[in-house]
Design a protein around this ligand. Structure first.
Ligand SMILES: NC(=O)c1ccc[n+]([C@@H]2O[C@H](COP(=O)([O-])OP(=O)(O)OC[C@H]3O[C@@H](n4cnc5c(N)ncnc54)[C@H](OP(=O)(O)O)[C@@H]3O)[C@@H](O)[C@H]2O)c1
Length: 339
């Protein structure tokens, strides 16, 4: 049996669901993987940098009833916190910053430099730091994993990493943003844009600022993350032609649905003829049901890959929820410590 100390930077929808899933899967982790764990550090903007070397009670963290007296250490910086919490693995789930990837980038750098594995759901860090963080992980003999950043927990990065050697990705398209899908379908049913946003927020699937979803930033950053990691092309969000869903009226959405070609927020990227650049866009498109992405409904997400050795490979995650996202982080944790 090996005991792992875990740290959480960010403890909102995703971070809390990871903690709940760890509790729910404790017996399986112990029996199948010989993994025991305790949470020794938690950090958020509101809570600050907290650690307890002998471990927090996960249930009291989840109910916001941490005993403030007993062995609680308050640090003033991430490096102090890492020293106090001594985590083997850190889950980084802070809010997306699509312009710089910060502060997640600095946090993950500090985590890897301290000798911990780094697992993140934050795609900004992948877009702005994939090469540096991967190199740092390799230099320290640790892992930098980020499966939940695109398509929640559906295997995309690990699929290419583990099972598709010597393949060349030529193009991909995807429905990457559940919130936009939920808003579009709410409006098709005759309700307002704001009601759609509210519904997505209640599901816990929006970005901290839902404007990042409806203006296409979330999907754009996912395009860049895929391009970086799978095509080795350092695409930046400003390189992607981006149009969100704000200009779609209820009337237009209902007409498209009646025509059998409803709107979705579709992301596309295609290699140029000489393979040196990418033509990438995120915009609302009408999709027929025969399109590989045509039957993606509700919170479901999908990506369609065009490869040199396979004309089409589609991965669909049907109705993923917060637990699906959390599972991606849990799987990254297990894969990091057993490799
Ligand atoms: N929700 C999803 O379905 C989903 C799916 C895939 C990926 N993701 C990604 O996962 C990440 C977290 O999403 P979420 O839904 O959990 O967001 P959330 O509920 O808004 O939680 C964000 C957490 O990060 C903390 N935080 C924000 N800025 C911070 C900073 N500068 N320093 C320390 N802590 C900070 C917040 O603390 P305070 O509350 O104290 O401000 C909060 O605990 C995002 O990057 C998102 O893109 C989310």
């Amino acid at each position: 049996m090996k005991h792992y100390k875990l740290g959480f930077i960010g403890f909102g929808n995703v971070g809390r669901t990871v903690a709940r899933l760890l509790l729910a899967k404790s017996a399986e982790l112990r029996e199948l993987y010989e993994i025991e764990w305790s949470i020794t550090g938690v950090a958020t903007r509101g809570m600050g940098w907290l650690s307890r070397p002998e471990g927090f009670q996960a249930s009291s963290l989840l109910s916001n009833s941490v005993d403030k007296s007993l062995g609680l250490v308050r640090s003033t910086s991430i490096n102090e916190w890492l020293l106090a919490a001594q985590p083997d693995v850190v889950f980084e789930t802070t809010s997306l910053n699509h312009e710089t990837g910060q502060p997640a980038l600095d946090y993950l750098t500090a985590v890897l430099k301290s000798g911990s594995h780094a697992v993140t759901a934050n795609k900004g860090a992948v877009v702005y730091g994939y090469e540096e963080l991967s190199k740092l992980a390799a230099d320290t003999g640790k892992h930098f994993f980020f499966e939940s950043t695109v398509l929640d927990s559906a295997p995309v990065f690990s699929l290419f990493r583990e099972t598709l050697p010597a393949v060349k990705l030529r193009a991909f398209s995807g429905v990457f943003n559940s919130t936009s899908n939920v808003i579009i379908e709410t409006m098709e049913a005759g309700r307002s844009f704001d009601e759609g946003v509210k519904m997505a927020q209640e599901l816990g699937i929006t970005e901290t600022d839902p404007a990042h979803d409806v203006d296409g930033w979330d999907a754009t950053v996912k395009v860049c993350a895929l391009a970086h990691v799978l095509m080795k092309l350092p695409l930046k969000p400003s390189d992607v032609r981006r149009e969100g869903i704000r200009n779609l009226s209820t009337l237009r959405l209902q007409a498209a649905r009646a025509e059998g070609k409803p709107y979705k927020l579709v992301a596309r990227a295609k290699l140029s003829e000489n393979g040196s650049s990418l033509n990438a866009s995120v915009k609302p498109e009408q999709l027929a049901s025969t399109d590989p992405l045509g039957n993606v409904r509700g919170t479901s997400l999908a990506v369609h890959f065009e490869l040199d050795t396979m004309p089409g490979l589609t991965i669909t995650s049907h109705r993923p929820n917060l637990q699906s996202t959390a599972y991606g982080l849990l799987a990254d944790f297990i894969n990091a410590v057993r490799e």
